[in-house]
Design a protein around this ligand. Structure first.
Ligand code: GRF
Length: 201
C-alpha cells in the first residue's frame, strides 16, 4: 500500500513505519512525507525527494495551504493518508477529499481528551489508565470512528513526560497493527462506522 504521511514534529511514529517496512513486517511504501513545519525532524527521516513542506503563511492562509497540501498528496496517489503528530486541524474540504482513507493516531483513549495536552489532563483527572487511539479522520477534531486502542497504566509519581513516554511506546505497535490491516485491504470506513474484514468493529 502507498502511504502518504502527515507530520509536524519528531516523527517517531513515522520511524516505526519505516523500520517495519525495512524489516518486511509492513507491506507498504512511504510515498511522501508532508509537513506544515519545514524544520520538522520527521522530514529528515526520508530522502529529500519524498519531502513536502510549506508554511500556511507561505501559501497565503489556511485554506490555500490545505488546497496545496491536498494537491501534493493527490500527486503521489496514496492508498492511505496517515497523520502522525500532525498539529494542524484539517479542514472539511481536505477531509472530504480523502474520506475513508485518512487516519490519525491520538494519544488518548478517545472519546476522552480530544485535542491537546492529553497526558496532563489524564493526570489531573486522576485516571488509573491512559493510552492511544487510531481513528478515521472526520471534520470533527479527534472525533472520527475509532479503529483500535492501546491502554497503559498511570503510575504513582507519573508526570506528563513519563506518561507520554509510556503511551508512545504502545502507539508504535498500535499504529503498525492498524496499517497492516489497511495494507491488506481489510480496513474500511462506511457511514461513520469501522469495518474490518467487512465486519463492523
Ligand atoms: C504522538 O504522541 C501522537 O499520538 C501525537 O503526537 C505524537 C507524535 O509523536 N499526535 P511522533 O512525532 O510520531 O514522535
Amino acid at each position: 500500500a502507498r502511504l502518504a504521511i502527515l507530520a509536524s514534529g519528531r516523527g517517531s511514529n513515522l520511524q516505526a513505519i519505516l523500520d517495519a517496512i525495512a524489516a518486511g513486517t509492513l507491506d507498504a511504501s512511504v510515498v511522501g512525507v508532508f509537513s506544515d513545519k519545514p524544520e520538522a525532524q520527521a522530514l529528515q527521516r526520508v530522502p529529500e525527494a519524498l519531502r513536502w513542506a510549506r508554511t500556511p503563511k507561505s501559501c497565503g492562509g489556511r485554506d490555500a495551504f490545505d488546497a496545496a497540501l491536498a494537491e501534493a498528496i493527490e500527486a503521489v496517489r496514496p492508498d492511505w493518508v496517515v497523520c502522525v503528530g500532525y498539529m494542524r486541524i484539517l479542514g472539511a474540504a481536505f477531509v472530504q477529499r480523502f474520506a475513508g482513507r485518512l487516519l490519525n493516531i491520538h494519544p488518548s483513549l478517545l472519546p476522552k481528551y480530544k485535542g491537546l495536552h492529553t497526558h496532563q489532563r489524564a493526570l489531573e483527572a486522576g485516571d488509573a489508565e491512559h493510552g492511544a487511539s487510531v481513528h478515521f479522520v472526520t471534520a470533527e477534531l479527534d472525533g472520527g470512528p475509532v479503529i483500535a486502542q492501546a491502554r497503559v497504566p498511570v503510575r504513582p509519581g507519573d508526570d506528563a513526560e513519563t506518561l507520554a513516554a509510556r503511551v508512545l511506546a504502545v502507539e508504535h505497535p498500535l499504529l503498525l497493527q492498524v496499517l497492516r490491516l489497511a495494507a491488506a485491504g481489510r480496513l474500511a470506513e462506511r457511514d461513520g462506522r469501522v469495518f474490518v474484514d467487512a465486519q463492523p468493529v
